[in-house]
Write a new protein. Structure first.
Length: 207
């Protein structure tokens, strides 16, 4: 990339960041969806009820996604700079397991009040999962900064596309009688099934 303008490197990696969320980031998309399913509900005496207004669930989503973004940005940066390195098999297995953990919490809210800490912790592994995209640029310091910044911006755009597409639909459906049994519980069970399949595939077979 010597001689390539930094703006071109930045723009290219914005596209890479979006691409690694929207078309091919299946596990990251499912993780976000698992967080969004209960976001339009409130927990009262151990039972989910539809949120009475838009503001509270909206700011809940903003805070949770922000914690997730900060976490994966930190580890993506550290891994790209070769400060932190973990086996890809471990990282990808934990990412799959993170979806199952959050989906289980949707059914049995054992993380109520502590969700942000879990999201941040799991987000650290998601950042490590992104890191291999920037590996070729770790030795080219002139290109690393715009590549890293662009990729993070692209990932954030991709996340906003997912949240912007899914959250309004869930909000509109939250008062329907089928929302809790079908979308929240049924959807979370489906997410757990997919995530556990991925976990076994990655942890046992390395695929």
């Amino acid at each position: 990339v010597d001689g390539i303008p930094k703006t071109h490197v930045f723009g290219r990696f914005v596209g890479e960041g979006v691409y690694h969320i929207v078309p091919i980031g299946y596990d990251h998309i499912l993780f976000l969806i698992s967080l969004l399913l209960p976001a339009v509900m409130i927990l009262q005496s151990g039972a989910y009820m539809p949120a009475p207004g838009f503001r509270e669930p909206f700011w809940h989503v903003v805070k949770i996604v922000s914690f997730f973004t900060v976490a994966h940005t930190v580890t993506l940066t550290l891994a790209t700079l070769n400060i932190v390195e973990l086996p890809a098999r471990l990282v990808e297995s934990v990412i799959a397991l993170s979806i199952a953990i959050v989906a289980l919490n949707n059914i049995i809210p054992f993380m109520h009040g502590r969700l942000w800490t879990i999201v941040f912790t799991l987000g650290l592994f998601h950042g490590l999962g992104f890191a291999n995209v920037l590996d070729p640029f770790t030795y080219r310091k002139m290109a690393l900064a715009p590549a890293l910044a662009g990729f993070n911006v692209g990932v954030e755009i991709g996340q906003l596309m997912v949240v912007g597409s899914v959250f309004p639909v869930l909000y509109l459906l939250r008062t329907q009688p089928f929302y809790k049994p079908v979308i929240l519980v049924g959807g979370s069970i489906a997410l757990m099934a997919v995530a556990l399949f991925w976990f076994v595939q990655r942890a046992v077979f390395g695929g």
